[in-house]
Every structure is written in C-alpha cells, then in structure tokens.
Ligand binder design. Structure first.
Ligand SMILES: Nc1nc2c(ncn2[C@@H]2O[C@H](COP(=O)(O)OP(=O)(O)O)[C@@H](O)[C@H]2O)c(=O)[nH]1
Ligand SMILES: [Mg+2]
Length: 311
C-alpha cells in the first residue's frame, strides 16, 4: 500500500520521464551516439542534474568499449548506475545511547519543516516512543500556532514561548523538559530565514550549542527539509545549509504533485547526504522512509519490461 502511495507521488515525474523513455526504448532503435544524447537530454529534463552527465559519461564509455550493444543493455545498466548513486538505504534515525534523541529540523521558509516535524513526531509516536516538539521558529506567531495545532492533533507535548523569543531559549527549555520528562525523541522546529547566511548560521549555531550543552551528543540528527517542487533550486538551498550546519540527511517534502522527483539523485550526488524521508502530502501520515529501490521502481517502472505503448 505504501509503495502505491510513493508510486502515485512520482506519477508526474514518471510521466515526464517515461513518455520519453518509452519513445526512446520502445522503438527498437539501434544503439548509437544519437540515442545516448537523447537519453541524456531526457534525464536532464527529469531534473537529475549533474547525475545525468555522470551516468551518461559512463554509458558512453561502455558503449564505445562495446560492453553495451543494444538499447536494452543501456536500460539495464542505467538502472544499476542510478541505484549506485542513491547509496544504501539509510532511513532509520540515529538514537542516543541514553536520554533523549534530538532531531533538529532546518530548511528555508515554506519548504515543509513544520509539517515534517509533525509527520516525524507521529511516526516516532506510532513506534511507541515518547515524543516532544520544540517551537524554535519564534519569528512569526503563526509558526508557533501551526506547530501547536499539529502537536495537539498528533498528541505530543510541545515546548513553546511567545513570538519573538530567542529560539535558543526555546531550544534550551525543550532540552531541559525532554530530559526531565524522560522523552525519547525531541524534535526541534526552526525558522528558515535566509536573509544572510551569517544570521542563519548564528541562529542555528546557537540553537545547536544550547541543546548540546544540555544533552551531550545532541543533536543526533540534523535533517534538511527540501521542497521537491523546486527541483534544482532545492540543491542550491541545500548547499547553503551544508555550509551553515552539519547535516545528516534530507527530508524531501512535497514529492507528491511534482515532476521534479529526479532531483533526489542530484541531491545525493551533490551533497553526499542521503534522502531519509519523503513527504507525500499534507497530512501527518503522508510521510515515508525513502527507499532507493522503491524509488527507482516507481520512477522507471514504465520503462521496464518493454510493455509500454510506443507513443
Ligand atoms: N503536498 C504537500 N504539501 C506539503 C508537504 N509538506 C508540507 N506541505 C505544505 O507546504 C506548506 C509549507 O509547509 P510548512 O511545514 O509550513 O513549511 P515551513 O515554513 O518550512 O515550516 C504548507 O501548506 C504544507 O501543508 C508535502 O509533503 N506535500
Ligand atoms: Mg514552519
């Protein structure tokens, strides 16, 4: 069932790619340089970015060395190369040896942070863990209210302060409360103002230090939320954040309804950090661990087996 949801989420990405794939692979063409050039253009159109260049360089080399003779050989090899790029599945979150595990959530405004905090809280709670969230986006009153509404809906504790409060002070209160109350997972929401990199670095740095002081080894995970609908732009955002705070993974939000799901490959390639979860809708349950095999199945499905019409 879950796979069906992911599959549906990637429908638009797949349609964009697969229409071209089935054209390319369905026509029983000879394998030649022109074919590989068309394949490359197609992967770019699917927002695979630099990953497309790299994969095609390998395919071209193997074609010239006559290791690849038919377009079917290329199709099989393409999947294997994309699979390599995605790395090992790595969805489970790190856990503190003792005391609360702290997950810091960062990303630009509107990327889906607060929603992802709620989704992750729900997931941890369903796994039987005691969860608390901290509303460190104190910049807008609405942001605190939004998280409070989610916390209530999901049924987890929240630590919050008034609008304009120091985010680090909220983080401190959260860490203290999490320890005192024997919380298993503390999930920290943050603001994503990107006015200047220094502002952001200072704010997130302070939040991190405060948490680390109270809970040694924390944050155990720092997850960057990226908006999948922004495709290659998401990668540029991510690069800024990697310079600001050490990241342990990505949550790719809004994978539903985008034709830019191929950006997953570019993220892994450019940032070297795994996509850990995918957001596939606006509800608390619209969230799943990112599984590279399933992702590729969902992405390339129509191109497997050659059963596709030759549109
Ligand atoms: N379709 C869809 N919408 C999402 C997803 N995640 C977040 N959103 C929506 O994106 C908007 C911004 O999300 P929010 O969590 O407030 O972003 P923040 O500013 O980073 O905290 C909201 O309208 C969310 O409902 C997702 O996985 N799929
Ligand atoms: Mg928010």
């Amino acid at each position: 069932m879950i796979f069906a949801r992911l599959r549906e989420s990637l429908r638009r990405t797949r349609e964009k790619l697969a229409g071209g794939f089935s054209k390319l692979f369905g026509l029983k063409r000879e394998l030649d340089e022109a074919f590989l050039a068309e394949l490359e253009a197609l992967l770019f159109a699917g927002d695979l970015g630099p990953a497309a260049l790299d994969v095609l360089a390998k395919l071209r080399a193997e074609y010239r060395e006559r290791q690849l003779k038919t377009t079917d050989d290329v199709r099989t090899r393409l999947r294997a190369l994309l699979r390599e790029k995605l790395g090992a599945p790595d969805a489970e979150l790190a856990r503190a040896a003792s005391g609360p595990t702290v997950v810091l959530i960062v990303g630009v405004n509107g990327s889906g942070k607060t929603t992802s905090v709620a989704k992750l809280a729900r997931r941890c709670q369903l796994a039987g863990r005691k969860v608390m969230v901290a509303a460190c986006d104190t910049f807008r009153a609405a942001a605190v209210e939004q998280l409070a509404t989610w916390a209530q809906r999901v049924g987890v504790a929240i630590v919050r302060k008034e609008q304009g409060a120091d985010p680090a002070a909220v983080a401190f209160d959260g860490a203290v409360a999490a320890v005192a109350q024997g919380v298993d997972v503390l999930i920290v929401d943050t603001a994503g103002r990107l006015h200047t990199r220094d502002d952001l670095m200072q704010e997130l740095g302070k939040v991190r230090r405060v948490i680390e002081k109270k809970i040694p080894g924390a944050p155990h995970e720092t997850l960057l939320v990226l908006d999948a609908t922004t495709g290659q732009n998401a990668i540029r955002q991510a690069e800024v954040f990697t310079q600001v705070v050490p990241l342990t993974g990505v949550i790719l939000a809004k994978l539903d309804g985008t034709a830019k799901g191929g950006a997953v490959l570019a993220i892994r390639e450019r940032l070297g950090i795994p996509v850990r979860f995918a957001g596939i809708g606006e509800k608390a349950d619209d969230f799943e661990p990112f599984d590279p095999e399933r992702f590729l199945d969902a992405l390339l499905e129509e191109t497997q087996g050659g059963g596709e019409s030759e549109g």
